[in-house]
Design a binder for this molecule. Structure first.
Ligand code: ADP
Ligand code: MG
Length: 380
């Protein structure tokens, strides 16, 4: 990628004052583990944010501090190696600086402080929010305004190469492109983004199981490898180009495990289509059943759920949620729930209480609002 002069909105308008940016977290209503197979996903940005306050420092170094980390870091701009251990959070911020620098943007030194009310590692994509808040600081300081897809791709490449996480593009696009009151429909093969209103009588609730996904990285890579075995077999780029009929007739050649992994991906893509149609028709019952089917497929075919997530989904159903399913990579993290807006505060209280009764463990539930995407708040 190279720098295009037309993207310098006001060339030479570099800011030496204070810059404030904010980037929301995201939920994903449906379309799990399909982004890297070219599927459509339906995430939404939510009202939990990472906020950045930054200022050029006139030096060739980045000075980072975060409310979520004890240590401030000073990193020379020419630094080229990913960080490990306690400093690994810097990969999500400095990695973005490095990616803008490598793309040819003349990033100069700045100080930045992050404040966050977005839980880390809970499946709300604090990683993409941190990347995007940083990207917008860089753009504000340089007087740039990149198209959101280009910004999302730079942030994704930082997550791949600096944080070492081979994530799809959903998180970065959702954090950038959120629309208040709407779920997004992102086609991960063309990067086209559309949006669909959430019916006014429905609210989204995130329930954090507090289980940290220790197994997740290796298992995520294995799921991707299984999908790639299936695409190699069918000689296609993405599983979106394989029908369920074609998959079923290849069951024995693929072997049971690869067959079931591909079955999740292909059926999940169909569920996303049906879910979008159900929302459009305000058929909330159908939308809820599709979320339940998504969870079962993630649990049985993709095998990325865990007992805690299954228990939370079961309890949500007993408490009358319209729909509930695990969200994110799996093996822990959060569930996403759609509930009647009238009963939302009661649901939030009851699910935590019932989960405690059944397991003795503490979950955390929060009703979230669907909000607009990341933005530069002001440049002084
Ligand atoms: P998720 O994106 O679901 O929250 P990830 O494991 O992808 O989970 O990303 C979480 C990581 O992002 C944290 O471990 C930390 O390194 C980094 N991170 C996120 N938010 C912050 C923050 N406000 N300050 C410092 N590091 C953060
Ligand atoms: Mg993440």
């Amino acid at each position: 990628m190279s720098i295009s002069p037309s993207k310098l909105s006001t060339p030479g308008a570099q800011s030496s004052g204070i810059v404030r940016t904010r980037a929301p977290g995201r939920i994903n209503l449906i379309g799990e583990h399909v982004d890297y197979q070219g599927g459509v996903v339906m995430p939404a940005a939510v009202n939990r944010y990472i906020k950045a306050v930054a200022q050029a420092n006139g030096r060739s170094e980045l000075r980072l501090s975060s409310s979520q980390s004890h240590e401030d870091l000073v990193i020379p701009l020419e630094h080229r190696m990913p960080f490990s251990g306690d400093n690994s959070w810097a990969n999500y911020a400095f990695g973005v600086v490095a990616k803008y620098r490598d793309a040819g943007y003349p990033v100069a030194g700045f100080d930045v402080r992050f404040e966050s009310n977005l839980p880390l590692g809970a499946g709300l994509s604090s990683s993409a929010a941190l990347e995007t808040a940083t990207a917008l600081v860089i753009e504000a300081l340089l007087g740039l305004n990149l198209p959101q897809t280009e910004r999302a791709l730079l942030c994704q490449s930082a997550e791949h190469e600096w944080a070492g996480v081979p994530c799809g593009i959903m998180d970065q696009l959702a954090v950038n492109a959120g629309v208040a009151g709407h779920a997004l429909k992102i086609d991960c093969s063309t990067l086209e983004i559309d949006s669909a209103p959430l019916p006014a009588n429905l609210s989204a609730v995130v329930v954090d199981s507090k289980v940290k996904h220790a197994l997740a990285d290796g298992e995520y890579a294995k799921r991707r490898a299984d999908c790639e075995d299936a695409t190699a077999f069918f000689d296609v780029e993405f599983l979106r180009d394989v029908t369920i009929g074609e998959l079923d007739s290849a069951q024995f050649q693929l072997g049971e495990r690869v067959y079931r992994r591909a079955r999740h991906v292909i059926t999940e893509m169909a569920r996303v289509r049906d879910f979008a149609a159900a929302l459009e028709a305000s058929d909330t019952a159908a939308a809820g059943l599709l979320m339940a089917a998504s969870h079962s497929s993630l649990r049985n075919d993709y095998e990325v759920s865990c007992q805690e997530l299954d228990t939370l989904v079961d309890i949500a159903g007993e408490l009358g949620a319209i729909g509930a399913r695990m969200m994110g990579g799996g093996f822990g993290g959060s569930t996403v729930n759609l509930v009647e807006t009238d009963g939302v505060s009661r649901f939030v209280e009851d699910i935590v209480a019932r989960y405690r009764e059944e397991t003795g463990a503490e979950a955390e539930a929060v009703a979230v609002k669907l909000v607009g995407g990341a933005r530069i708040e002001n440049v002084e």
